[in-house]
Ligand binder design. Structure first.
Ligand code: FE
Length: 134
C-alpha cells in the first residue's frame, strides 16, 4: 500500500466543501437523513472524499434506518483504521480512512450477519463511483 497522505487544514479547506471539511478533518457528524447517500441504492463503490481510497461497496450496504449510510463490512479491513473514541462521554469505535486519516464515522456491534457490524458513515466523507462488480 502506498504511503499516507498528509495535508494542512488550509489545503483540505481548498479541496473540500465546508461540511466535508468539518466532518472528515474535524470529526464532525452530519445531521441524520441530510446526507446524499443514506437512501442511495446504486451499484458501485464508495471512496474517501479526501483521497479517493476505496472504502465501501454497495453490496455490503444495508438500510439501518438511522439516516446515515450503513455498511456491514468495509471493502477491505486494510482500508480503514479503527480507533477507540471517548468523546462526548461515550466509548465508541471511530472509523477513519487508513490513507489520509479522514474521519468517516463509527462502527457498532449491532449490524446484520455475517459480521454483526454496523459501519455508520457520514455521506460527507464519501464519494460514489458507479461500478457493476459485486
Ligand atoms: Fe482518505
Amino acid at each position: 500500500m502506498s504511503g499516507k497522505i498528509k495535508k494542512t487544514d488550509e489545503q483540505w479547506r481548498e479541496e473540500l466543501s465546508e461540511e466535508q471539511f468539518l466532518v472528515t478533518r474535524k470529526k464532525g457528524t452530519e445531521r441524520a437523513f441530510t446526507g446524499k447517500y443514506h437512501n442511495h441504492h446504486e451499484k458501485g463503490i464508495y471512496v474517501c472524499v479526501c483521497c479517493g481510497q476505496e472504502l465501501f461497496r454497495f453490496s455490503k450496504k444495508f438500510d439501518s434506518g438511522t439516516g446515515w449510510p450503513s455498511f456491514w463490512d468495509p471493502i477491505s479491513r486494510e482500508n480503514v483504521t479503527e480507533r477507540v473514541d471517548h468523546s462526548h462521554g461515550m466509548t465508541r469505535t471511530e472509523v477513519l480512512c487508513s490513507k489520509c486519516d479522514a474521519h468517516l464515522g463509527h462502527v457498532f456491534p449491532d449490524g446484520p450477519r455475517p459480521t454483526g457490524l454496523r459501519y455508520c458513515i457520514n455521506s460527507a466523507s464519501l464519494d460514489f463511483r458507479e461500478a457493476d462488480e459485486e
